[in-house]
Ligand binder design. Structure first.
Ligand SMILES: *[C@@H]1O[C@H](CO)[C@@H](O)[C@H](O)[C@H]1NC(C)=O
Ligand SMILES: *[C@@H]1O[C@H](CO)[C@@H](O)[C@H](O)[C@H]1NC(C)=O
Ligand SMILES: *[C@@H]1O[C@H](CO)[C@@H](O)[C@H](O)[C@H]1NC(C)=O
Ligand SMILES: *[C@@H]1O[C@H](CO)[C@@H](O)[C@H](O)[C@H]1NC(C)=O
Ligand SMILES: *[C@@H]1O[C@H](CO)[C@@H](O)[C@H](O)[C@H]1NC(C)=O
Ligand SMILES: *[C@@H]1O[C@H](CO)[C@@H](O)[C@H](O)[C@H]1NC(C)=O
Ligand SMILES: *[C@@H]1O[C@H](CO)[C@@H](O)[C@H](O)[C@H]1NC(C)=O
Ligand SMILES: *[C@@H]1O[C@H](CO)[C@@H](O)[C@H](O)[C@H]1NC(C)=O
Ligand SMILES: *[C@@H]1O[C@H](CO)[C@@H](O)[C@H](O)[C@H]1NC(C)=O
Ligand SMILES: *[C@@H]1O[C@H](CO)[C@@H](O)[C@H](O)[C@H]1NC(C)=O
Length: 622
């Protein structure tokens, strides 16, 4: 519900009677001093009912029309008066937990970018003067940032007359009211104005994502040695982009080119991890040492295009495409899965000369960039410092869980990106010959959580982790699981079971880990990581896998929480069937998210119970 009020000025017109001019007939009267009848003074008034929007849109000071999407059998709820801002898509929804019994309908704002939201056109306009406006809106869902409430013209350049930033108080799973006052700095010349609320959805992204690795993956490599992803053919006017033979059985337009990838990262506020071609194609062909010089120059040109100033050859090209300001690139990955295609000889060439030559060239030219080798230390490659490696576990859930301690053995020099990961095959599957699952399923998603907790325990060695692949159109079948699925019909957009897990873990980043001593029980079936957030709260993340009994968890945050301290517990639980999925066609979300407040008991102990196949985050309130 959104509300905005000013003192409504109802124009009341008083007709002034003109004094009649005296005509030829005279009248002469005397008013007596007594002899009349006692009377009560007659009252004059008006009758009011809401006709012609004289109440809503009239005397009632509310300026927002259709402020709570109210409806009835006769006038079903709709979005009249509202429009998306910044490309946001608005849809009405009836949540299990509505704002109130009286107001069961809310609006979902789906969009991506730094300034997305919704705007209202008022009752045929909004009067904007330099005066105090009070307003309020309710939000459901965690958002760590500010909202901007603003009054602007609906015309031309949409001049802004006043705006106010409202710090988000919103939390996962609950409705929170946000109050604000807004005093425009300037009066609008007419009433053609709108009111908007916008927010930065870049900070929430697909899964609160902090980076995008692109352009692949296999796509970077190409099918053959001459048909790799040629960045220079993905820039500029569309008429100059020939496209390329995609590696997943279809021709690519390359309309989504290098610049578009960078803009996408910008819109999300996500760090780009740029893959550069390293002289290996999917058919296993690879470059000789001499040819590798060409691949290196080609990659350095790409970096110049992205990061060089406008006086450089490629920086000038970037500026000519509307991006004079250089981008910053912190991570470059050399190739993709160089341990795989054409092994063992191609991998030998990577270890022997392709990677060392790239590393040397980048260290000379771009010493600040963190270079990442496309294999990891788990792929039998000793990775020369200061480079990192890239690890791609596509596993069964049991394997995922068994890798909970995998990163413990690394030293800080063995910096690793988990550049691709997911539970792909059900337990008992026959590896890559077995059945690739067609959707993330709840049991697999919880196993991913266990694996990720293991990675978070080693946050000093693990750069980041990404689910792969990220997106899939439901009308193509080359690969099973993606974290989000879509189709032309936007109602088919599906957030998978894994989306809920990765998002919850991603919403609680740890700036440092904290050691955990075990007083009773141990790892398995409960897996965990503990640490400190940016806000200096203490965070405990856990998952339960492979048990028949619920796990009772008792937790003390030494030195941080004493008796009476409060914390917020967010828990994801799933269906009885561990193979259940979020099916795009039934639209049933099998993942249940609950939020509750816990108070520490004697000894500062927080106690809660986690069922089989669950994921939880407990964060102290201060
Ligand atoms: C007072 O009331 C009487 C009886 O209704 C009426 O005849 C008379 O005209 C009234 N007087 C005045 C001054 O209105
Ligand atoms: C007021 O409402 C009535 C009934 O809906 C409608 O016929 C009339 O045109 C409206 N008047 C104006 C000035 O819009
Ligand atoms: C929305 O509902 C109102 C009545 O509440 C109706 O007048 C209007 O036509 C509806 N708009 C659409 C687009 O259905
Ligand atoms: C917002 O304002 C209303 C009305 O003054 C008040 O009842 C409510 O408690 C306020 N909400 C918050 C979160 O401050
Ligand atoms: C609002 O904009 C419309 C379309 O440009 C225009 O016809 C109308 O006069 C404007 N109203 C005001 C109050 O300026
Ligand atoms: C892009 O670069 C490649 C490699 O240098 C070159 O073969 C190709 O001709 C270039 N494409 C265009 C359109 O310049
Ligand atoms: C690494 O080498 C070991 C021993 O030679 C071998 O068993 C294992 O399969 C290799 N792993 C990879 C990923 O190549
Ligand atoms: C891990 O890092 C250490 C240096 O701390 C290095 O000696 C070792 O070779 C690295 N392991 C691998 C497999 O690269
Ligand atoms: C699951 O639990 C059973 C019984 O304790 C055990 O045999 C099995 O190894 C466990 N599986 C995993 C992946 O931990
Ligand atoms: C967290 O604690 C550190 C160290 O005491 C302090 O510098 C920092 O300002 C604190 N951050 C917040 C958000 O309170």
């Amino acid at each position: 519900m959104v509300s905005l009020r000013s003192v409504a000025a109802l124009a009341a017109t008083m007709a002034t009677l003109a004094s009649p001019t005296l005509a030829n007939k005279a009248v002469d009267l005397v008013v007596k001093s007594s002899g009349g009848n006692a009377s009560t003074p007659i009252m004059y008034g008006i009758m009011h009912e809401d006709i012609n929007n004289s109440g809503d849109g009239g005397i009632y000071a509310e300026l927002i029309s259709n402020r709570a999407f109210q409806g009835s059998a006769k006038f079903p709820s709709n979005l009249t008066g509202w429009a998306g801002v910044g490309g946001a898509r608005l849809s009405l929804q009836r949540l299990d937990k509505p704002l109130s019994a009286a107001l069961p309908v809310s609006v979902n704002v789906a969009g991506c970018g730094k300034k997305v939201g919704l705007e209202n056109s008022g009752y045929w306009g909004i009067d904007v003067k330099v005066q105090k406006y009070t307003g309020s809106f309710y939000v459901k869902g965690a958002y760590d940032g500010v909202f901007t409430a603003q009054l602007q013209s609906a015309l031309g350049k949409k001049e802004v007359f006043g705006s106010v930033e409202v710090a988000s108080q919103s939390v996962d799973g609950a409705w929170t009211q946000h109050n604000f006052t807004l005093v425009p700095t300037k009066a609008a010349p007419n009433s053609n104005n709108t009111f908007s609320i916008t927010f930065n959805s870049a900070t929430s992204g697909l899964t609160n994502q902090k980076f995008i690795r692109f352009p692949g993956g296999n796509m970077l490599m190409g099918n053959t040695i001459d048909t790799f992803w040629k960045w220079n053919e993905t820039i500029g006017p569309l008429k100059d982009r020939p496209g390329m033979a995609g590696v997943w059985e279809y021709q690519l337009t390359t309309g989504l080119g290098l610049v578009e990838y960078m803009e996408w990262a910008d819109d999300l506020g996500a760090e780009p991890i740029l893959g550069v071609w390293a002289g290996l194609s999917l058919d296993g062909a690879f470059y000789t040492q001499d040819q590798t010089d060409f691949a290196i120059q080609y990659a350095l040109d790409e970096l110049e295009f992205l990061t060089g100033d406008v006086s450089t050859k490629w920086g000038a090209v970037r500026a000519s495409l509307g991006h004079p300001k250089p981008w910053k690139i912190k991570y470059v990955e050399i190739g993709n899965e160089d341990w795989l295609a054409g092994r063992p000889t191609s991998f030998e060439s990577y270890k022997k000369y392709r990677f060392p030559m790239f590393l040397k060239a980048f260290q000379e030219k771009h010493p600040d960039i963190q270079i990442i080798a496309s294999p990891s230390v788990f792929d039998n490659m000793t990775i020369p410092a200061p480079a990192a490696g890239d690890y791609h576990p596509y596993l069964t859930p049991d394997q995922m869980v068994s890798y909970y301690s995998r990163f413990d053995q690394l030293s800080r020099q063995n910096l690793t990106l988990i550049g691709e990961a997911s539970s792909t095959h059900p337990n008992g599957g026959l590896g890559w010959d077995g059945p690739l699952s067609s959707n993330p399923w709840w049991g697999g998603s919880v196993a991913e959580a266990v694996f990720l907790l293991g990675a978070e325990k080693n946050g000093d060695k693990v750069i980041g982790a990404c689910y792969a692949p990220g997106l899939r159109n439901l009308n193509r079948w080359q690969w099973g699981m993606t974290i989000v699925q879509h189709a032309a019909d936007t109602a088919l957009t599906t957030l998978s079971t894994s989306w809920y897990v990765w998002r919850l873990l991603g919403l609680h980043p740890l700036k440092n880990t904290l050691p955990v001593t075990i007083k009773e029980g141990g790892i398995n079936p409960l897996f965990w990581v503990a640490g400190t957030s940016e806000k200096n709260t203490t965070v405990f993340k856990a998952a339960v896998y492979n048990t028949t009994e619920p796990v009772s968890v008792s937790l003390q945050f030494e030195g941080h929480a004493t008796k009476g301290a409060t914390a917020t517990l967010t828990m994801l639980t799933g269906p009885a069937d561990p193979y259940a999925i979020n099916d795009p066609f039934t639209r049933v979300n099998v993942v249940k998210e609950t939020t509750s407040k816990l108070t520490a008991g004697d000894g500062g102990v927080f106690a809660f119970s986690m069922p089989m196949l669950s994921v939880a985050v407990l964060e102290t309130d201060s």
